[in-house]
Design a binder for this molecule. Sequence first.
Ligand code: ZN
Ligand code: ZN
Length: 166
Amino acid sequence: MPKRGRTPGNAMTDALEGRCGCGSARYRLESPPMFVNCCHCLDCQRQTGSAFVINAVIEADRVKLISGETRAHRVPTASGRPHDIHRCATCGTALWSEYGGNTALRFVRVGSLDAPASLSPGAHIFTRSKLPWVALPEDVPAFAVYYELSKLWPAEAQARRKAALG
Ligand SMILES: [Zn+2]
Ligand SMILES: [Zn+2]
C-alpha cells in the first residue's frame, strides 16, 4: 500500500499567483489545490519539452485570471478523450489543462507559479516513462501508471472533487 499523498501545503504564502512568460496573463489560485501530481508520461514530456509536468488539480472557479487572455489548444491523447491546454494568447506559455472535456477541474502547471516551490507533488505518476536520471524522493508515492484516487487523495480533497464534478 502506498502511503497517503501529502496534502498540498502552502507554508510560504496565502496567495498562489502565477503568470505566463510574457507577463500579460496572470492568474491567482483562490485556495490551495486538491492535489498535486507530477506526471512523467511521454505526452507530458513532449508537450513541455521537459522531463515531467507538475499539475495542481483545483476547481476551475478557484482559478481567477487577473489579466491577459488564454486560448485553448487541443492535443491528441492515447485515450482519444480531449486534452485542452490553455495558453497565454500572446506568448503561448501553457498555464493549465482541462482533461476529458471536463471544464470543472483545472490542472494548473505548478512551474508557472510565481513561487513554484509553494506546492510539491503528492504523487509521481507514469514513472514507467520517467527519464532515467530523475531520482524520485522516497517519501512520495510513485506509480508506474496511475493510482486509485480513493486510496490516495485526502478525504477532504476527494469531497472537493466530488462537489466540483457535481
Ligand atoms: Zn504571455
Ligand atoms: Zn502526463
